[in-house]
Write a protein that binds this ligand. Structure first.
Ligand code: EPU
Length: 337
């Protein structure tokens, strides 16, 4: 156990905040032992995965636990399907590569998403036409109250857009230990409907893409516009794309003819990146913090010296100006600690 431990290398924003106590656990048994010990001290707990979706706005006055649970296993179901199980501490993209190497289909559109497997169900990670709910079989979690291991199936996770039970009524109650995905061994479902993928495949001169080609296209797209957290601190999209009533969208369309939207029944999902750009934030820097010049939805630690509070205040300014111009309240996607 470390005391007053810097979490700078444990969050992809690269924010230098301290945890009062820090420890790493390498097995579920170790985790349970640590929790039993700390329970008696009633400390707040912070579970760290890949650190790619948190913003530390202050020092953490409790025990931060890095989940270093490793291992990937597979179970062939039949000639078409395989179940792949990865422990929480596996790097997400390493899992995608493992599956591509074995020619298991389903995760390729989710290539290069930063973070670890354990946090992927929390916000139902998604990109380029796929969300993990599309391939999710189940996950094992530790109930923090009973310290019993429980199983959550697809339905129980109540996945929504960047949402799950683990962000709602299950928040703070469970630690995800491992996740199982149902993947294809042949006749893969090739998903190219997301516009940028088609364009990228054309550039690559690929007509009948394999899952490996899709992954390559996604990697190219991501690298062309999303900053690499190893180089510039960031946590991917900082806000969710807001969903607004169709009537409101039609109203806005009158005023802002270039507004884009993806209708879904009586509501429309609007790209937050567009709204933020229209408010003049794209590429804008204040102090140590900026909105990324190629994707304004991504807030970056531009100098490497930003505090979490500065990043939070910057995001509040964006929320205010989008609210003022469009009457839409952006919601943060990143977990604020
Ligand atoms: N746009 C702008 N200006 C910007 C950014 C975007 O006008 O500064 C417009 C684009 O032109 C495009 C639309 O907004 O027409 C959507 O942009 P993009 O394709 O980049 O996707 P996004 O909606 O901004 C979402 C996810 C990303 C994911 C991409 C691709 C959310 C909050 N974000 O971004 O996820 O990679 O789609 O599927 O849903 C993440 O969650 O961390 C993340 C990176």
């Amino acid at each position: 156990m470390h005391e007053n431990f810097s979490l700078k290398s444990f969050n992809t924003f690269g924010v230098d905040a301290n945890a009062r106590y820090f420890t790493e656990v390498n097995s579920v048994e170790e985790l349970i032992k640590t929790l039993k010990r700390s329970n008696s001290q009633t400390f707040p707990l912070l579970f760290l995965g890949g650190g790619s979706n948190i913003l530390l706005t202050r020092d953490f006055d409790g025990l931060a636990i890095q989940l270093h649970l490793k291992g990937i296993s597979e179970e062939i179901i039949n000639e078409n399907e395989v179940l792949v199980t990865a422990k929480a501490g596996e790097n997400w993209h390493e899992l995608v590569l493992f599956c591509l190497n074995k020619n298991y289909g389903g995760l390729e559109n989710l290539s290069l998403i930063p973070g670890n497997v354990g946090t992927s169900p929390m916000q139902n990670i998604g990109a380029y036409g796929t969300e993990i709910k599309d391939v999710f079989a189940n996950c094992k979690v530790l109930n923090l109250e009973t310290l019993e291991i429980e199983n959550f199936n697809l339905e129980q996770c109540r996945f929504g857009y960047r949402d799950s039970i683990f962000k709602q009524e299950g928040k703070g109650k469970y630690v995800i230990l491992e996740v199982t995905f149902r993947l294809t061994r042949k006749n893969h479902l090739i998903k190219t409907e997301y516009g940028a993928i088609k364009t990228e495949l054309e550039i690559l001169g690929i007509e009948n893409p394999t899952i490996q080609d899709i992954s390559k296209a996604v990697i190219n797209i991501r690298q062309s516009k999303l900053p690499d957290p190893k180089v510039i601190g960031n946590a991917g999209s900082f806000f969710k794309n807001p969903t607004i009533p169709l009537l409101k969208f039609e109203d806005l369309k009158q005023k802002f003819s270039t507004i884009q939207g993806y209708p879904n029944g009586n509501s429309v999902k609007v790209p937050a990146g567009w709204l933020i750009e229209q408010c003049g934030w794209k590429g804008k820097q204040i102090g140590n913090v900026a909105s990324h010049q190629l994707q304004s939805l991504v807030i970056i630690n531009a100098t490497g010296n930003a505090t979490g509070k500065e990043i939070f205040d910057f995001s509040a300014m964006i929320i205010d100006s989008v609210k003022e111009k469009f009457g839409i309240e952006l919601e943060r996607e990143v977990n604020i600690v």
